[in-house]
Design a protein around this ligand. Structure first.
Ligand code: NAG
Ligand code: NAG
Length: 546
């Protein structure tokens, strides 16, 4: 919890104009190396320390503080935005919520149809369910060595389990890929692999167990349904197929921090895109810790990824057979898809994900507006308003300034469950402006080349600002402007004297671990100084014209 390594004092944030944060050495290649000065090298050690200890902190708690009161919550959300009681540490809450939800879930679950009304055309693609008798079963198995008409591919399993991303311990969840005769028995929470050679990374019982939530987080994983892959020597040793599929299966969980839009994306949707989009819809999704409202909420994306109705792994009774499958999902850092030879062999990027989202939601704009006298087009800005914590108290004045500078401004609150509606508003904008928070995740809907403006509250929030939103913006080929508020621009100045460590040594807040961050940093509001802020808006304008 408290990040003990993280006690070193540091410089308070300097003047914003000439601010350029030291970054981790390994990140350097990705951030315009030419522009980085020598000072960077000096800052490196401190940055590394900060980096690792933050990562430890976030390996335990969600990086998106709004979600903490919702951890492990399975109930349908009131909305995507979160009430003001957001920053409560959740250590104790988990058992309670978990228990409650386990009891409650079955009644809430809609029987079978997770609300895919239009999705009937693909139904007939699925093979008819049928009951096979023993002889047919043997015939299929026997056909294999003779190279029958539909030979089962040779059994094989590979797992990616021990990979490490130093700064982001949660970014390398376990994944196993299987080919061959794969039989999934949801009631037993087991995937059988008919594997005559018994080769593969199995334990002494011929098993491999994984909790398939795409965030390797020791705090969360106990709440994720554990699925067993079992190696069996022959088809006779596996359950009979109730239903055969000609496409591979992907089994994953929607437990954990889902319902927070940041985590919906980082922990499920982006991993799913990374793991399954290459099947071009010819893949069967099976979801554990199944949340019907979640499946409904993201139905347009799930339908784009799979031509078949999602199977509720928690309730399904039939044994489903596949020519292959995957347990767990690959992922990378937050809102980032980096290159990797085995976890991302198709070289997908966040730009691909953005395009996928636009297609799924029917968002029209791939690039921002062309500005200029000729077109007479004004740049459109969407300001995300927060109503709980980290409010922009002088939002109206900021809006006026933006309009004076030529922006056509819309103000909206992220959330309200209507993903497509809000996605449309973001996609219509050229510039997205917001105070640090989960709503900034909506940058995924901006046209490529658009601008993200992040207002970063007081308290040495560089790591969070950069890793949760700034670096992802670059990864999405957005332009990125960050504005760090000064101590004059935070409501913390009404709570703490100026000689308090909150101002003199903000790193001391982080040294307290979660409680300090939640109680002090996350609960401030900001009042932006227009004189100071204006150049950043001009910068956003400039970048649109580049
Ligand atoms: C992905 O990138 C690597 C390295 O640049 C390249 O060798 C490989 O062919 C690429 N794969 C695909 C599917 O484009
Ligand atoms: C706003 O910022 C300007 C430029 O940094 C500074 O001169 C001015 O004193 C600030 N105003 C307030 C009210 O702090």
């Amino acid at each position: 919890m408290a990040s003990t390594a993280y006690t070193r004092p540091s410089k308070p944030p300097g003047p914003v104009g000439d601010r350029r944060q030291p970054r981790l050495a390994k990140e350097l290649g990705r951030i315009e190396p030419k522009k980085l000065g020598i000072g960077l090298v000096a800052g490196c050690c401190l940055a590394l320390l900060t980096y690792i200890s933050f990562a430890r902190l976030f390996a335990i708690y969600s990086p998106v503080f709004e979600s903490t009161s919702l951890v492990m919550k399975n109930a349908p959300p009131a909305s995507m935005t979160v009430p003001g009681t957001d920053a409560v540490p959740v250590q104790q809450k988990i058992e309670v919520d978990d228990e409650k939800d386990l009891a409650k879930e079955p009644e809430q679950v809609e029987p079978k149809e997770p609300g895919f009304p239009e999705e009937t055309k693909t139904e007939d693609k699925e093979e008819e369910p049928f009951q096979k008798d023993e002889k047919e079963e043997e015939a299929v198995v026997a056909a294999k060595p003779d190279g029958g008409e539909t030979p089962t591919p040779e059994a094989k399993m590979t797992c990616d389990e021990n990979a490490v991303d130093e700064g982001f311990p949660y970014a390398r969840p376990s994944v196993c890929e299987l080919t061959g005769d794969v039989r999934i028995s949801p009631t037993e929470k087991t995937m059988y692999l008919v594997n005559p050679s018994s080769a593969g990374p199995f334990d002494e019982n011929g098993e491999k167990k994984i909790r398939p939530y795409a965030r390797k987080d020791t705090f969360l994983l106990p709440g994720v349904v554990e699925v067993t892959i079992k190696s069996v020597p022959s088809g006779a040793a596996a359950p009979e197929c109730g239903r055969r599929h000609s496409v591979p299966a992907v089994v994953f969980s929607t437990a954990g921090y889902t319902d927070n839009f940041f985590h919906d994306n980082t922990d499920v949707l982006i991993p799913l895109f990374l793991s399954a989009s290459h099947h071009a819809g010819e893949v069967q999704l099976l979801i554990t810790n199944y949340k019907p409202w979640w499946v409904n909420k993201f139905a347009p994306l799930l339908k784009k990824l799979s031509n078949y109705e999602v199977i509720n792994f928690d309730k399904e009774e039939a044994v489903h057979c596949f020519p292959g499958g995957q347990l767990g999902l690959y992922r990378d850092r937050d809102l980032i898809i980096g290159p990797h030879p085995t976890r991302n062999p198709r070289n997908l990027t966040m730009v691909d994900y953005n395009r996928f989202l636009r297609r799924a939601y029917g968002l029209p704009r791939d690039v921002p507006a062309v500005l200029g006298e000729k077109t007479g087009t004004r740049p459109k800005m969407l300001m995300i308003e927060r109503k709980g914590t980290r409010k922009l108290l002088n939002l109206h004045a900021v809006r006026e300034l933006c309009e004076q500078l030529g922006f056509d401004v819309t103000v909206a609150e992220a959330g309200a469950g209507d993903v497509r509606g809000f996605a449309g508003k973001v996609n219509a904008a050229d510039v997205l402006l917001a105070v640090h928070g989960a709503g900034m995740t909506n940058q995924i809907f901006l046209p490529t080349g658009g601008v993200l403006v992040q207002i970063v509250p007081w308290g040495k929030m560089d790591w969070m600002a950069t890793n949760f939103y700034g670096q992802p913006a670059r990864d999405m080929q957005l332009r990125y402007v960050e504005y760090y508020v000064s101590e004059e621009e935070t409501t913390l100045k009404d709570k703490y004297p100026r000689d308090h460590y909150v101002f003199k040594d903000p790193m001391a807040i982080h040294a307290q671990g979660w409680p300090g961050i939640a109680e002090i940093i996350m609960k401030q509001d900001v009042v932006v100084n227009m004189t100071r802020f204006k150049p950043f808006l001009l910068q956003a304008l400039d970048q649109l014209q580049d």
